[in-house]
Write a new protein. Structure first.
Lengths: 112, 115
């Protein structure tokens, strides 16, 4: 089983749509979770951390289900500028070490 | 807003040559990392570095690779004898702390092409 698994997409959605990405991770001891976005041939940019209680940042909502080892990202009211690859990222350690394990990413294309 | 910088943006080298990729982490960050991304593949962890020592390295980070913090601002990745399969985007990242929940911030990357 892959350490971090995502649906590769692509997701093609019209502007204004709501889109959801899912991710599963294999290491049940993992402690920290993030969503990054990556534009073509650019660096990963932190979108948001994911907390156990779920968290929201504007149009973006992240959820974590530790029992199912499942992370989600919901984007509401999609904009053209949301077109990118969304990376689910897990840190398997709780303290003292900080190493990120990346999923392969889910590509989103928002069209007019 | 402070950011991680990397030079060069693109490096072309011949197989067997040594390359040094340079990074300037965010100034108050103490933990530094290198990742790589082969074209079309996922981002992979190479090494983490703190207090002038490697904290952890992946199996990719073999004897051909080394890291150094030669002064108070730069953080370098050296590949001693490049192979074709080293062609990738190399990203430097830094974080303020080393604990698990702390975000890492990435530089724009160096595209390494080995011919």
């Amino acid at each position: 089983r892959k350490e971090v698994e995502q649906d590769p997409g692509p997701f093609n959605v019209p502007e204004g749509a709501t889109v959801a990405f899912n991710c599963t991770y294999s290491n049940s001891a993992s402690q920290s979770f993030f969503w990054y976005r990556q534009d073509c041939r650019k660096e990963p940019k932190l979108l948001m951390s994911v907390y156990s209680s779920g968290n929201e940042d504007g149009r973006f909502t992240a959820q974590l289900n530790r029992a199912s080892q499942y992370i989600s990202l919901l984007i509401r009211d999609s904009k053209l500028s949301d077109s990118a690859t969304y990376l689910c990222v897990v840190n398997p350690y709780s303290g003292g070490y900080n190493k990120l394990i990346f999923g392969a990413g889910t590509r989103l294309a928002v069209h007019p | 807003e402070p950011e991680v910088t990397q030079t060069p943006s693109h490096q072309v080298t011949q197989m067997g040559q040594e390359v040094i990729l340079r990074c300037v982490p965010i100034s108050n960050h103490l933990y530094f990392y290198w990742y790589r991304q082969i074209l079309g593949q996922k981002v992979e962890f190479l090494v983490s570095f703190y207090n002038n020592e490697i904290s952890e390295k992946s199996e990719i980070f073999d004897d051909q690779f080394s890291v150094e913090r030669p002064d108070g601002s730069n953080f370098t990745l050296k590949i001693r004898s490049t192979k074709l399969e080293d062609s990738a985007m190399y990203f430097c990242a830094s974080s303020e702390y080393g604990t698990g929940g702390v975000e890492q911030y990435f530089g724009p990357g160096t595209r390494l092409t080995v011919t």
